[in-house]
Write a protein that binds this ligand. Structure first.
Ligand code: IVH
Length: 659
């Protein structure tokens, strides 16, 4: 009998060692055949001598154990989670808060695993209980399922009593495999690995979890001092020593905010290539003495925080569809919903573009919708989750009247317009456009203030902005204003008078004259008077100015109201001349194409430099292309340029021309 017990012990040792190397270290040490032989021998012995079967036997991992309900488990100490933060400013605030108590703190930085947290209790080194977080105080007993997780040691390298916390998760590979199988079986697919992991641990029959290939990453000890541990990094080392999978290779240390930001950038780059999903970075004060000093608030630890990567797409419920009027009178339906974090900022409104978009998507108030940042700023509604409808959602109906002035709307192509020139919404939007960053850049004259000033009749039209000085005393009295902010505002209004022609041209809101067109016109005509006097034909001959723009520019300057406005602005001291900022105008009117990997500049950077110097950057090579700028491993554009005999430049050449 002793011989058999010895053999069983020996087999378990071999199997555990092999599993550890395979599942934790990702470093197989024996062949599958050898593993199967050991395993089958162990199974045979356990069947023959059930009294010798050990409670930490790896044969327990196959699953098959069925519980009739999930027992409640009270956690020895509450299983808390951290507060979430979403941007650099919040990182700075966190660091400042920490440094008030611990001026010399350093942090450990860890990938924020996207699974569900679990607590594993070992007695004398043997796994005796595993539980979910539950409400933090009471969780559910999922020992039968956790025992099937290959990266969970059933027995530790030391015979100690310990509670270990970490993340139960599903790797990207297991997730894919799991969904392929579900598809074949006609079952609903899991939306993401986190849901799949959560669904798997909440199974009464452990053979389901066993099949799904879950994993466990250890990252936290509730009582580290019991083991003489002084820092969070030592905790990770200790967990590793005990036989757990840890993220020791990916974790980092930060001494300051800069280090934290670099780590986040770096991990974001690696994110797609990691074998598991992460949704952010967990920051923990490294020294456990510091941790104790910082302690907890009512809800969360003060010594750590979870930075969440910007979600690119999030779900929310559509509460209302609100129509807004743009400065051209265009009516846009907007989705209004509870504030959500998307791509680094909080949004509560997203565009639904126009009637067709709403009808195509069949959006209904009450629907669950997904929101995404389109381009880089304006959020839009991407998808309607029709499968989540309850039946009481209200279908979309396009409005017939301007939501601001009530005028009957006019339909043109896919859009509806308010044609009332003195519609307050249009006037306000026009003023907002005039003062905004890309146009006159008047600091302190944002949307809210323009709306207030409009309603209080301080600003009714553009010229009133430059007469605001006359209301200085009244403004100082307004709530939220004071001497200083009024002076700052008046100063930025004064500064805006010296803007170059293209700014004010764009700011005036001439139809079809955007930022780029304004620049082309300003460069070409140099003064507003030259532009006013240009004929439609002349305008059409300017590179990149088509008939539509030419007509619109001509129409704008043919309206006496507009000429009066320009004259009034001139009298108020506004500049209407082009001020060249180019280092030189050598590239004026030239068109470039970029290809290959650039070294010296980022693509956007070089594009901007070229544009600032008068050139245009396009994406395809034609006979009209003036030059192709070639980086490393250029694509087919390079071949085409050679074929067409177009001048080839490298980055150096361009730098030389510009400088
Ligand atoms: S430490 C007191 N470390 O993210 C909190 N948590 O709020 C102790 N998570 O619910 C947890 N990766 O489930 C910690 N490396 C990591 C983590 C991590 C993911 C989860 C955890 C918790 C939430 C943090």
């Amino acid at each position: 009998m002793d011989k058999i017990r010895e053999r069983i012990n020996d087999l378990i040792l071999k199997i555990n060692q092999a599993s550890y190397e395979y599942y934790v270290n990702d470093n197989p040490t024996i062949t599958d055949q050898e593993y199967d032989d050991y395993y089958n021998e162990l199974l045979k012995l356990e069947n023959k001598y059930p009294e010798l079967k050990r409670e930490d036997s790896p044969t327990l991992r196959v699953g098959g154990q069925v519980v009739d309900k999930f027992e409640k488990v009270t956690h020895e100490s509450p299983m808390l989670s951290f507060d979430d933060i979403f941007n650099e400013d919040e990182i700075v605030l966190f660091d400042e808060r920490i440094r008030k108590t611990c001026p010399n703190a350093s942090y450990t930085l860890e990938p924020k695993m996207d699974g569900l947290s679990g607590s594993l209790v070992y007695e004398k080194g043997v796994l005796v209980r595993a539980a979910t977080r539950g409400d933090g105080l009471i969780g559910e007993n999922i020992t039968h399922n956790v025992k099937t997780i290959k990266s969970v040691p059933l027995k530790l390298s030391k015979p100690i009593d310990i509670e270990v916390r970490g993340e139960i998760y599903m790797s990207k590979k297991s997730f894919e495999k799991c969904n392929i199988e579900r598809k074949q079986n006609g079952e609903n697919l899991f939306a993401n690995p986190r849901n799949a992991a959560a669904g798997s641990v909440r199974q009464l029959d452990s053979s389901v979890a066993a099949k799904r290939g879950l994993d466990f990453m250890a990252y936290f000890l509730p009582n580290p001092d019991k083991y003489g541990i002084k820092t969070q990094s030592e905790t990770i080392d200790f967990l590793k020593e005990l036989g757990f999978a840890t993220n020791h290779k990916l974790n980092g240390i930060a001494k300051n905010v800069n280090d934290i930001i670099n780590y986040i950038d770096d991990l974001s780059q690696k994110r797609d290539n990691l074998p598991f999903e992460i949704d952010g970075v967990v920051l923990k004060v490294n020294s456990l003495d510091d941790e104790a000093k910082l302690g907890f608030t009512q809800r969360v630890p003060r010594w750590g925080i979870a930075y969440k990567f910007p979600a690119l797409e999030v779900l929310t419920t559509l509460k209302e569809i609100k129509f807004t009027v743009g400065r051209t009178g265009k009516i846009t339906p907007n989705a209004i919903f509870d504030p959500v974090h998307v791509a680094g900022s909080v949004v509560s409104k997203a565009t639904l573009h126009n009637e067709d978009y709403c009808i195509d998507k069949d959006v209904r108030v009450g629907d669950v919708i997904s929101i995404r940042k389109a381009g880089d700023v304006i959020p839009e509604v991407v998808e309607v989750k029709k499968e989540r409808r309850k039946g009481d959602e209200v279908p979309f109906k396009m409005t017939e009247n301007c939501p601001m002035c009530g005028s009957l709307l006019v339909k043109q192509d896919a859009n509806y317009f308010c044609r009332n020139d003195s519609c307050p919404a249009r006037e306000i939007e026009g003023l907002i456009h005039f003062a905004s960053r890309d146009t006159m850049n008047i600091d302190g004259l944002g949307e809210r203030i323009i709306e207030d000033f409009y309603n209080m009749e301080f600003i009714k039209d553009i010229s009133d902005i430059y007469k605001l000085e006359n209301h200085k005393e009244d403004l100082i009295e307004l709530e939220g204003f004071g001497d200083k902010s009024v002076n700052n505002l008046l100063e930025s209004i004064e500064n805006s008078k010296t803007n170059s022609l293209e700014k004010v041209l764009f700011a005036l809101g001439i139809r079809h004259v955007g930022k780029k067109t304004a620049k082309i016109l300003a460069r070409k005509y140099k003064t507003i008077d030259n532009l006013i006097n240009a004929s439609e034909e002349e305008l059409t001959n300017v590179n990149d100015i088509g008939e539509i723009i030419a007509k619109s520019v001509k129409a704008y300057f043919s309206d006496i109201k507009n000429i009066n406005l320009i004259n009034e602005l001139k009298d108020l001291g506004l500049n209407f001349k082009y001020i060249s900022t180019s280092v030189n105008d050598k590239l004026e009117g030239q068109t470039f194409v970029l290809t290959g990997t650039l070294e010296k500049y980022k693509r956007e950077e070089l594009t901007k430099i070229l544009e600032d110097n008068g050139a245009k950057v396009t994406s395809s090579v034609t006979k009209k292309t003036s030059g192709v700028i070639v980086g490393d491993k250029p694509g087919s554009k390079y071949d085409k340029a050679l074929k067409l005999g177009i001048t080839i430049y490298n980055e150096e050449d361009i730098a030389n021309i510009i400088n």
